[in-house]
Design a protein around this ligand. Sequence first.
Ligand SMILES: Nc1ncnc2c1ncn2[C@@H]1O[C@H](COP(=O)(O)OP(=O)(O)O)[C@@H](O)[C@H]1O
Ligand SMILES: [Mg+2]
Length: 337
Amino acid sequence: MHDGSGRIVVQNLTKQFGPVTAVQNLSFAVEPGSVTGFLGPNGAGKTTTLRMLLGLVKPTAGTATINGRPHDQLGNPARVVGSVLENEGFHPKRTARNHLLVYAAAIGVPDQRADEVLGLVGLSSAAHRKAGDFSLGMRQRLALATALLGDPQVLVLDEPANGLDPEGIAWLRTFLRSYASGGRTVLVSSHLLAEVEQTIDQVVIISRGQTMYHGRVDQLRGSQQARVIVLPGDGAKLATALKEAGAPDVQPMPDGWLTVAGATARQVGDLALQQGVPIYGLREETADLEKLFFQLTAGQFSAQPPQQPGWGPPPPQQQQVQYQQQQQQQQQWGGQR
Ligand SMILES: Nc1ncnc2c1ncn2[C@@H]1O[C@H](COP(=O)(O)OP(=O)(O)O)[C@@H](O)[C@H]1O
Ligand SMILES: [Mg+2]
């Protein structure tokens, strides 16, 4: 039987559709007790990965397991994992409640559970309405209710924020966070970081079927916070001093400004004072995860977003390594405070 851990493990997973490599040697693990975002642009391979995890597509190579087992060895899988994938249809003439009763019978849970899950997703008042008359947002909620029928330990949702209005997204955020905080595992995919940024603790970012980043969102955000924009009286002198002090990346910008990665405004200001370089402007750039997301997945876009000088993306295969180097350099700089 499965190990009951609530872990999702994807190992060296590859899926080839004829000439198309949808997923390429993908590896990551998802732990219980947190909400993990599975992010990448459209066509990155998210749905294919989730379909392999749920036993709907056979991998070309590698494995995807829940609780240490592939989906087809989970016994009664609806009790272990609930999922909502793209384009899942409902019988349009069937009411929401009747739809749930059919599924409840199929997985062997009592009818009363249908009413419970309607309550959980805020659809109680629409229980007797036909699913065919539902808005996209209501259909998303009904799909989620269906996934919750078996009270699963692991929840896998493919683009759940699609079609939700801001209120629906806020509701989903609260729901998923409380679901995970009870020690369950939640994996949600999205092609829009902004849509799930406030919901997720961990993130797996993929592009063209490959992992570009895997880790905590706050670490990703932290890596972006330490960027200072400064207008010194003597740019060359300050840049040299900054580099000597261990700042990993100092770049000149138009109009005499410098961008300093891996430093705080205080560090830059103190150093300028020591060096006797006057400062005419100084600010710390706030975390812009969206920009980083574009950079990490840029290889997949034909049209890239505008970039500032010295801030452009390296080739995809170098990004993760470069990201780690940048992290190490930041730690060194931090140690010199
Ligand atoms: N059944 C299929 N047959 C052929 N190609 C497919 C199939 N499913 C997905 N693909 C291709 O695999 C790639 C990844 O698709 P998908 O997993 O749907 O990405 P995402 O969910 O990240 O948008 C795309 O190039 C897509 O066209
Ligand atoms: Mg998809």
